[in-house]
Design a protein around this ligand. Structure first.
Ligand SMILES: Cc1cc2nc3c(=O)[nH]c(=O)nc-3n(C[C@H](O)[C@H](O)[C@H](O)COP(=O)(O)OP(=O)(O)OC[C@H]3O[C@@H](n4cnc5c(N)ncnc54)[C@H](O)[C@@H]3O)c2cc1C
Length: 377
């Protein structure tokens, strides 16, 4: 090729910044166009599993995990706070939790160090299969490769005609971060995360580094008290009395919102690709939406290694999708399946969870993505 190949990316979230950095590290000239006036992570905390940690390491971000909280178990408890499963993780599967802001800042820094240009306040409205990116002000730019990493409502996915379905779940989450320590998790609370079920509600307790605890409170859309904003603490204390001391500490919250499940015909059209939530949004039950977003992003860059002719891009994108899509869709399926646990009556769940988690096949399917070796690492 005469000059560097060029990539235009819509969206500076986890997917867009990972793809940008990984392409730039492979000699591409990359520009990211972000709608917001500044890069902002929506949400509170985030789980990053072994696969995501390997990706961060490949991007040169090992320090992020070193400074994160590391849990060794994802314990599950029933409506009476009894332990249903200790959720112990195999030693080779690391799991850390981070403030989303720190992850986004880390990825932004890596992109800038790799020479990526990030342009904010740029609303993209679509893309063309020849590598065009179209903006709300009717301007367009042309690259060798264009990537839609513009999240669940992706306009690039729609403009390319790739969308099959975008469904929103009846379950949704309220999220917040409070001050707190592992002592707040009670005896034996060290190095673990705790997921509690009660009726159709869930209370997920996630320590972060720096004396902070990320809380996720999930319930159905029909649960008016549960989803109320501002938070109705009394109703949540009644569901989870053992955790009243944490609920009392909650200040402002991110209002209840449902999850998206996106299915698509293909991950690309010509020289345009979609990735992350734009291509495979999933409920957060496995904590792998962001992991999968970064995984497909890094893999895309790895499939573009040593590109000699831009005319090869469509075939490379097809190979990328063939390789990566099965795992992303596995996570999506298992995450949806896991969500069904919240619809079980308490007594049925108290039997079903220990029995399912005792099955090595179930455990291994739940951890399939975490154990995978991401392409490009
Ligand atoms: C409650 C909840 C908990 C979760 N917990 C976890 C977890 O613990 N671990 C995990 O791995 N995942 C988790 N996820 C999933 C994770 O947040 C997403 O999968 C991840 O953010 C997807 O990254 P993305 O870059 O594809 O999309 P996004 O993070 O949505 O980023 C898209 C970017 O594109 C920008 N954009 C959008 N439209 C345009 C446009 N038209 N033009 C230009 N820019 C645009 C947006 O402003 C944004 O910056 C959770 C999700 C939810 C809802």
């Amino acid at each position: 090729m005469a000059g560097k190949p060029t990539a235009l990316i819509a969206g500076a979230g986890f997917a867009g910044l990972t793809a940008a950095t990984a392409l730039a590290q492979r000699g591409w000239k990359v520009t990211v166009f972000e709608r917001q006036a500044e890069l902002r992570a929506s949400g509170a905390g985030i789980y990053i599993w072994e696969n995501g940690l390997r990706i961060l390491e490949a991007l040169g971000l090992s320090d992020l995990s070193k400074n994160a909280y590391r849990g060794h178990a994802m314990e599950q408890r029933g409506h009476d706070n009894a332990i249903l499963d200790d959720g112990g993780l195999p030693p080779q599967v690391r799991l850390v939790t981070l403030h989303r802001r720190d992850l986004l800042e880390g990825l932004k820094g890596a992109a800038e160090r790799a020479g990526v240009e990030i342009r904010t306040g740029q609303e993209v409205i679509g893309a063309g299969a020849q590598g065009e990116l179209l903006f709300a002000n009717r301007r367009s730019v042309q690259g060798d490769l264009v990537i839609g990493a513009d999240g669940v409502w992706s306009s690039i996915r729609k403009s390319l005609g790739l969308e099959l379905s975008h469904q929103q779940t009846t379950e949704g989450a309220i999220r917040t971060i409070i001050e707190g320590d592992i002592e707040d998790l009670g005896q034996g609370g060290e190095d673990k995360y705790i997921e509690c079920w009660s009726g159709m509600r869930r209370f997920l307790i996630t320590p972060l580094a720096g004396r902070q605890i990320y809380l996720a409170l999930t319930c159905q859309d029909t649960d008016e008290k549960g989803r109320a904003y501002p938070l109705d603490k009394a109703t949540w204390r009644a569901s989870f009395p053992a955790w009243a001391h944490l609920i009392d500490r909650i200040g402002d919250v991110l209002a209840w919102s449902p999850y998206s499940i996106v299915t698509v015909k293909s991950w690309s059209a010509g020289r345009a690709a979609i990735l992350g939530d734009a291509a495979h949004a999933q409920p957060p039950n496995l904590g792998q939406g962001g992991g999968m977003a970064m995984q497909s992003a890094l893999a895309l860059a790895a499939h573009m290694e040593d590109l000699a002719d831009p005319r090869d891009i469509p075939a490379r994108l097809a190979a990328w999708e063939k390789n990566e899509r099965p795992l992303a869709e596995h996570c999506q399926r298992w995450s949806c399946l896991y969500g069904e646990v919240s619809t079980l009556p308490d007594d049925v769940r108290a039997r079903a969870v220990p029995s399912a988690m005792a099955d090595p096949w179930v455990r291994s399917e739940l951890l399939r993505a975490a154990r995978s070796e991401p392409t490009g690492t």
